[in-house]
Design a protein around this ligand. Structure first.
Ligand code: ATP
Ligand code: MG
Length: 428
């Protein structure tokens, strides 16, 4: 027997029941995004590799260990996007969307990281992300964070997720801090793991993002970057905190929060849940005022975030198990007897045209009335329209309410009458 081909490790099918849950979550988030004036941007899944090495930083976990990078047929190095911000900035520069303009963009789609697959951590996963360009005040930081809080509110999960907030200051702040940090790391070089040793000169702040618990004791002794903030960054962060207080958003200032990608400065934040074990980070983001310049555009401030959709859906399913997306249909058409199938075929299209929002199916493959009704029940149809020879000969049909068990005969001589009858029934 031929060997079955299976999905690639860490990449999953999303079956119809799950897909409807994703649609449920995505629709609500997109609705909030558009209420804050964000527009969708659709971006390629494959980008030139240097985009990510430049933007994310070559001494990060993502670039060093997690990228799907390969040569195309012409030998050009391309990468399956591990995140959305770099591509969004690239597209913004390339299409002249950024300089001297204000942009609020969102994107959604698959991201790829070669990680060890486990619950909430996959090699192909999905994000909804948003980016704001051209605004640099703390008021837009606040707006963006308040909008993320609104996502959780409309999804009903606010009680299961909390906000952590920090400022990592300006590039100058980070340079200052680097000196202090390197000195301290040098003093403790014998206890650093291999990753930390490799990064301590090229990217010392990244060392603090290490997931190795053995490093934590040492990091606890290091005074956080918050102690080194310049006045402007301080002011920005204080104003942001005040705006969040004003909006009634709770947060915890976590001075250890530095974020895993290189391009951040100033505000960084993360929404975390305790309900999903180790994979607690649901949404993460921050300000990146130098990224557009770094990628060849004219300096434009930016701030954004990305939500891990798999984790968000897992959270909704875990804490709100009662949320089930209905898998039923509204109407099932049944026909048996001479000349009835063609009439059903035409009638189904007429009804679909009149009720574009209804889920309407008709019977395929013939069969007795009994068999067709059992199919209607399998689809959990609310109503059935029944056409037999008698009905066709008398130019009528039967509408049967499959929940209540009631039925009525309706003339087909005026389709508008049938449509009216159906709307009346559906409204009750
Ligand atoms: P983690 O610390 O869990 O590895 P991260 O810091 O690498 O997360 P980001 O790069 O900030 O994550 O991506 C934003 C969000 O995307 C995360 O908060 C998470 O919800 C989701 N995410 C990241 N990597 C994965 C993955 N491999 N599988 C599923 N979701 C992911
Ligand atoms: Mg990661």
């Amino acid at each position: 027997m031929t060997k079955k081909i299976q999905a690639v490790r860490g990449m999953h099918d999303c079956l119809p029941l799950d897909a409807s849950m994703y649609q449920y979550v995505e629709t609500r988030i997109i609705q909030v995004l558009s209420s804050y004036g964000f527009s969708e941007i659709r971006l390629p899944v494959v980008e030139a590799t240097p985009l990510f090495t430049h933007a994310i930083g070559d001494m990060t976990d993502v670039v060093e260990k997690e990228m799907y990078t390969f040569k195309d047929r012409r030998g050009m190095s391309v990468t399956l996007r591990p995140e959305g911000t770099a591509g969004c900035v690239r597209a913004g520069i390339e299409n002249g969307l950024l300089y001297n303009q204000e942009q609020r963009l969102w994107y959604m789609g698959p991201m790829f990281r070669y990680e060890r697959p486990q619950k909430g951590r996959y090699r192909q996963f999905h994000q909804i992300g948003a980016e704001v360009f051209g605004l640099q005040g703390p008021d837009i930081d606040a707006d963006l964070i308040i909008m993320t809080a609104k996502f959780w509110k409309v999804l009903g999960i606010s009680d299961y997720i909390h906000l952590e907030l920090n400022s990592i200051g300006s590039i100058a702040t980070r340079k200052n801090y680097h000196h202090t940090l390197i000195a301290l790391l040098e003093d403790n070089v014998q206890i650093l793991d291999a990753d930390c040793k490799r990064r301590m000169y090229a990217n010392p702040l990244r060392v603090l993002d290490s997931k190795n618990p053995d490093m934590q004791a040492l990091f606890d002794t290091i005074s956080p970057i918050g102690h080194y903030l310049d006045d402007k960054s301080h002011e920005h962060f204080n104003e942001l905190c005040q705006l969040l207080d004003l909006a009634g958003i709770s947060y915890r200032v976590n001075q250890r929060l530095v974020r895993g990608l290189d391009y951040y400065n100033g505000t960084v934040f993360e929404w975390i849940t305790d309900s999903l074990g180790a994979q607690g980070s649901i949404c993460a983001g921050g300000r990146y005022d130098t990224l557009v310049g770094l990628l060849g555009g004219r300096n434009t401030p930016g701030i954004g975030f990305a939500i891990g959709l798999e984790r968000l859906v897992l959270l909704v399913q875990k804490v709100l198990p009662e949320i089930t997306v209905p898998q039923s249909i509204d109407l099932y058409l049944i026909a048996s007897g001479q000349g009835t199938e063609r009439a059903m075929f035409l009638l189904s299209e007429t009804i679909r045209n009149a009720f574009p929002d209804l889920k309407i199916m008709r019977n395929f493959g013939g069969g007795s009335f009994k068999k067709q009704f059992s199919r209607a029940n399998k689809y959990r149809a609310r109503l059935a329209i029944v056409l037999g020879e008698y009905e066709i000969n008398h130019n009528q049909c039967i509408i049967k309410d499959l929940c209540k068990g009631t039925q009525q005969t309706v003339s087909l001589s005026q389709i508008s009458f049938l449509i009216r009858m159906l709307s009346n029934i559906l409204q009750t």
